[in-house]
Design a protein around this ligand. Sequence first.
Ligand code: DGL
Length: 268
Amino acid sequence: MSIGFFDSGVGGLTVLKQFRNLLPSEDCLYFGDTKNMPYGEKSEKELIEFADRIFKFFEQKQVKAVVMACNTTSAVTYEKLKEKYNFKIYPIIQSVTKLLASKPVKRIGILATHATINSHAYKNGIHSYNPEMEVVEIACPGWVKIVENGLENNKQSLCEIKNKLGEMLSFNPEKIVLACTHYPYLLPQLSMFADRSLFIDPSKAFAEFIKEDLQKSGMLSDSKSEGLEEFFVSASPENFKSAASIFYNISTKPVLVDLNTPDMLQPL
Ligand code: DGL
């Protein structure tokens, strides 16, 4: 049985990459909801609808677990949908806040989408383990589209990145969490304006958390050969592949599917 991963686009590949480094023999399916990207600007109702349809898709694919490789849906939809399905669900935020709360810092910065910031999922999660830690939350609208459109080095993009990062730096955080799975794609650009060691990409800790939990639950694959991987998108497969290329080598053509039809397994 495989494991499903999803995000609004190429962001969740930052998690998939770490996961495959740790557990190369697991079969993985990845769904990029490129038709509905960016998630960070959507309402709670819309985000629940999107996530629910993706869970149904994975249910039809008979996965053993689903990884919410997306902060926005983890923040807004996990609590609403977690009891609805029979497979295990791993949300990124709820899986890494304990670790973040244990960092030896007094002030931590959170850069994320509007929807994640408005939910205060990071602040509340960190405070449930460590009420003393000061959490500064700043939304970075526009950054997801920069990544999806491959515009990282464009002059206007660099300006947007510099401005939002500058806003965060004015609070003097000791660490800054890249709390949207798209943002690690921007690390080379962020590092032009601040020391790289300032940034935390939670995807490695998240992958380790999932591995440990699958192990504890006796759910790891016992195969010795390299696991399969398959990619699905709701729009623009070519664009998905090229935006992903700076981070992930997608060897097959992503399959275009329509999650609005009852027979969603049928490629378009
Ligand atoms: N990469 C996702 C996240 O971690 C979604 C970003 C978006 O589509 O706005 O929040």
